[in-house]
Ligand binder design. Structure first.
Ligand code: SAH
Ligand code: ZN
Ligand code: ZN
Ligand code: ZN
Ligand code: ZN
Length: 506
């Protein structure tokens, strides 16, 4: 959720950082160099003139903020042997202090300890064994870690709220329970949880407590802290921006096995990526996971796609549909515990813009009537209470849950706060900066359009810019909304002691 993920302009701030201008993602190149987060992504800098042929460079796939990972390399740059060696050394040193296997063994020892000896270091975000207490003696720690606490690691661990990389926003119990009930009602028995630790945790915890609970889950997440609580069959350290399994082929195989529909146990993938991530990079990884699923079945789902819930803000609808035309957006508002803004709208707070995108038949996604959702017989899907069916569009057109109004000039429904501007020839906010000015386009100099819609710009570039614009908007919203707890940087690979970051006033 929130600003995170794929390297956009902000990630690219090495000494030779390209100047202002556009950036386009070219994707994963076969010979890409690696940073501690796996293979870097290839971008191209498009100059102010808009012409192609810009200089190409690699940047970290996972971190937008150079403070989290400052990997940068021009594609045509000659990298000396010494620098390569140094880089390898750096990548090795920036791996977690313990391997997943070691963490599993540590957990086994931990649960054998009497309650009074079960400590969790809050600074290192680590379960401690008695022999290690000394080393952490001047760190803050929690005592008497109960079995219940071990079963809810997402409550024990700090949410990584640094907006630029992890942006961990945890589902409210209401949303999480809704998702799980829906999954069960739809007949799924396996959930590939990609960046949804709380959903995974709910499934794991029910599976261990309720005898007739048959659902299983595998968590794929970049937050390695979770490896302290789950075995290699329950958690894979994974980067969803470059489809990278940190645990190598073995981890990839675990995922493949999980996707194999044993005894007709149907699989669904649920993902809730950082909102700032480049949709294109995410889509490319998700397609690889879908392909993995497809390969597991010899004959079965020939022309089918792996069922999926992609949880993302509604304003990314067109971007998601661009990559997954079979997807539909559901009206259900997903909300979060540690997010002041993205909460359920009932109490007059702002409504969450986060929705479920799915390739399942919309009519099958039953939304809770007690929360005001109703079934529209024409659209054959559940919609928000405020979402009125428009007779002209012949669809329930609201995206944000409010009642939208139809504009005959635009030939579509628009937000209630918009008005038709005759200059711009479209509906927009009343106090918008009118597009009609005497000055020509900034890129080509011609009149009649602005830089943002200049026909001389490539499609990718404009799309990428649209992502970036959307991202900045999101970041702004998120910034206004998140709790003030200081961002927990670097805890993906928490190694050094955490400094006391000064709390930023937002
Ligand atoms: N709402 C979800 C959490 C979503 S927050 C829940 O409650 O379960 C986004 C999640 O994506 C976090 O768990 C974060 O650690 C993970 N994440 C962020 N960047 C990632 C990346 N590059 N690859 C894989 N997971 C990532
Ligand atoms: Zn990196
Ligand atoms: Zn309708
Ligand atoms: Zn309409
Ligand atoms: Zn206007």
């Amino acid at each position: 959720m929130a600003a995170g993920g794929a390297a956009g302009p902000a990630a690219v701030c090495g000494p030779e950082r390209p100047g202002a201008g556009g950036l386009a993602l070219l994707g994963l190149a076969p010979s890409a160099p690696s940073c501690p987060h796996g293979p870097a992504l290839l971008f191209v800098k498009t100059g102010q003139g808009g012409g192609g042929g810009g200089r190409r460079f690699y940047a970290c796939s996972a971190c937008r903020d150079r403070k989290d990972c400052n990997f940068f390399q021009w594609e045509d740059e000659k990298v000396s042997e010494t620098r390569l060696a140094a880089r390898e050394e750096y990548n090795r040193n920036h791996q977690p202090p313990f391997t997943h296997r070691q963490n599993v063994e540590r957990y086994k020892s931990f649960v054998l300890l009497p309650l009074s000896e079960r400590r969790f270091c809050q600074e290192c975000q680590q379960l401690l064994l008695p022999a290690e207490w000394e080393k952490h003696s001047n760190h803050q720690f929690l005592c008497d870690i109960s079995t219940a606490q071990l079963k809810s690691p997402s409550q024990l661990l700090y949410p990584l709220e640094n907006k630029k990389t992890n942006a961990q926003y945890l589902f409210t119990d209401r949303s999480c329970q809704f998702l799980l009930d829906l999954i069960i009602d739809l007949g799924f028995r396996r959930v590939l949880s990609v960046g949804t630790p709380r959903l995974h945790e709910m499934i794991q915890s029910k599976a261990s407590q309720e005898e007739d609970f048959r659902v299983r889950s595998l968590l794929l997440d970049i937050d390695f802290r979770y490896s302290q609580f789950y075995t290699e069959d329950e958690f894979c350290h994974y980067n969803m921006f470059n489809h990278y399994f940190f645990g190598g082929e073995a981890a990839c195989e675990t995922c493949r096995k999980f996707l194999y529909q044993d005894k007709g146990e149907r699989v669904i993938m649920v993902t809730d990526p950082p909102f700032g991530g480049l949709v294109e990079a995410l889509a490319s990884s998700f397609k690889k996971l879908m392909a993995m699923w497809k390969e597991t079945e010899k004959e079965g789902h020939k022309n089918q796609e792996m069922p999926m819930f992609w949880i993302f803000p509604y304003f990314f609808e067109s971007r998601i549909l661009e990559f997954f035309p079979s997807f539909n957006m559901m009206d259900y508002q997903v909300d979060y515990d540690n997010h002041a803004l993205y909460k359920h709208g009932k109490t007059g707070r702002r409504q969450s813009p986060v929705r479920i995108f799915t390739n399942l038949t919309p009519s099958m996604i039953v939304l809770p009537v007690e929360e005001g959702y109703r079934f529209c017989a024409v659209c054959q899907r559940y919609v928000s209470s405020g979402n009125q069916h428009c007779e002209i569009c012949n669809s329930c057109t609201s995206k944000d849950g409010r009642r939208w109004k139809h504009c005959v000039l635009c030939k579509k429904c628009v937000k209630p706060s918009w008005f038709h501007c005759n200059n711009c020839n479209c509906c927009t906010l009343q106090n918008h900066a009118c597009e009609k000015t005497d000055a020509g386009c900034f890129v080509c100099g011609k009149a009649g359009h602005k830089r943002s819609s200049c026909p001389s710009l490539s499609r990718t570039r404009t799309a990428c810019q649209a992502d970036e614009k959307q991202r900045q908007k999101t970041v702004k919203r998120v910034k206004m909304g998140i709790c003030k707890r200081s961002a927990m940087k670097r805890a993906i690979f928490s190694r050094k002691k955490l400094k006391n970051n000064k709390k930023k006033k937002m």
